[in-house]
Design a protein around this ligand. Structure first.
Ligand code: DP6
Length: 328
């Protein structure tokens, strides 16, 4: 017998970053985080539990998963099996619809789509909060991709308390937001995966503790800025928070340095855009790419300036996207 389900989830970009864990075994973040789910970057995943299979099998964008990818997914799938009281193995087919060969992280949309598809195929009908916890155990940032729009991740004290939830947006800021993703370096594979890099940073960076202490302050200020629809205040926190994360990472020994020359050029373009009166605030994740928070009004101007920046090889524009959903 086969039971299968297909789900779609969208990637998210953190406005206040998750960088560091307080418990690696349960994948509990050291602090909260805040993100915007993006409509332009999606993952579609089908999970089929099949009594004829004697091992899990997985394809990613049509190729067989590596042994490491399969092992990580299989271990995670054991949680779903335990919860559903089944031992059946599964076939997982996952496809990323990212409109560029970007090297952008897909673990957020990947584990969010997987959590919804796998739990549904296993016969569980989990509420969103449970899905968020399940996705978090796969990848911390995936907890946030269960929801659309602006999303807050709680650090929580216990595993059951470390979940994401949609953020109130009383002034209707979300539909006005755009994220411009400027790809640097042609989407070359990233040097250090975020999981290993944040662990190394926590273990060796003299600035890690200061970073972790700063996050709750940035979260409170970002939420207040969103509540007041104050984009200038929000943007300043977004940019400062990303640079603080990178400062802590760069100070690791040996360093975790994602920046390329074109990264600095792109950051300088963002500053020039602001000087010229545009809404443009930079953020960066575990790679050389620069993402710019802007508005629907300024999106074309910002995208054109990023495209004209030497070393920027591709630019995509995204609005806010929806949460994870089942597909027929
Ligand atoms: C820089 O969610 O990939 O993108 O929980 O170990 O899978 P794991 O880490 P992951 O880390 C994301 C780091 C980041 C910042 C963010 O998305 O908040």
């Amino acid at each position: 017998m086969t039971t299968s389900a297909t789900a779609r989830a969208h990637a998210n970009i953190a406005l206040v970053k998750y960088w560091g864990k307080r418990d690696a075994a349960r994948n509990l973040p050291a602090a909260g985080s805040l993100s915007l789910t993006l409509d332009a970057l999606t993952t579609i995943t089908t999970v089929s539990f099949d009594a004829w299979l004697d091992a899990d099998a997985m394809t990613l964008d049509g190729r067989d998963a590596t042994a490491a990818e399969l092992a990580r997914t299989s271990t995670w799938l054991d949680l779903v099996r335990a919860r559903a009281g089944i031992a059946t193995r599964a076939k997982i087919e996952t496809v990323n619809h990212f409109p560029t060969a970007s090297g952008l992280a897909s673990s957020a949309s990947g584990f969010a789509a997987l959590a919804l598809a796998a739990s549904t195929a296993a016969g569980l009908a989990l509420p969103a909060r449970e899905l968020s916890i399940l996705a978090r155990i796969g990848s911390g940032s995936a907890a946030r991709s269960i929801y659309g729009g602006l999303v807050r991740m709680r650090a929580g004290d216990l595993s059951e308390e470390a979940f994401a939830e949609p953020l109130d947006d009383p002034e209707g800021l979300t539909p006005r937001l755009r994220m411009i993703v400027a790809i640097v370096g042609g989407g070359a594979p990233k040097l250090h995966g975020s999981r290993d890099a944040m662990e190394h940073s926590a273990a060796t960076s003299p600035y890690h503790a200061a970073w972790v202490a700063q996050v709750p302050r940035d979260l409170a200020a970002a939420e207040a800025a969103i509540a007041a629809a104050d984009l200038g205040a929000l943007g300043a926190i977004v940019e400062g928070n990303a640079l603080a994360m990178h400062a802590a990472a760069i100070a690791s020994r040996p360093p975790v340095l994602y920046w390329q020359p074109a990264t600095l050029a792109a950051l300088s373009t963002v500053q020039s855009l602001r000087d010229a009166g545009a809404v443009a605030w930079a953020t960066m994740d575990a790679g050389p790419h620069v993402k710019v928070l802007t508005t629907a009004t300024d999106a074309d101007t910002v995208a054109a300036a990023m495209r004209a920046t030497p070393g920027v090889t591709d630019v995509l524009v995204s609005a806010s996207g929806p949460g994870a959903e089942l597909l027929p």
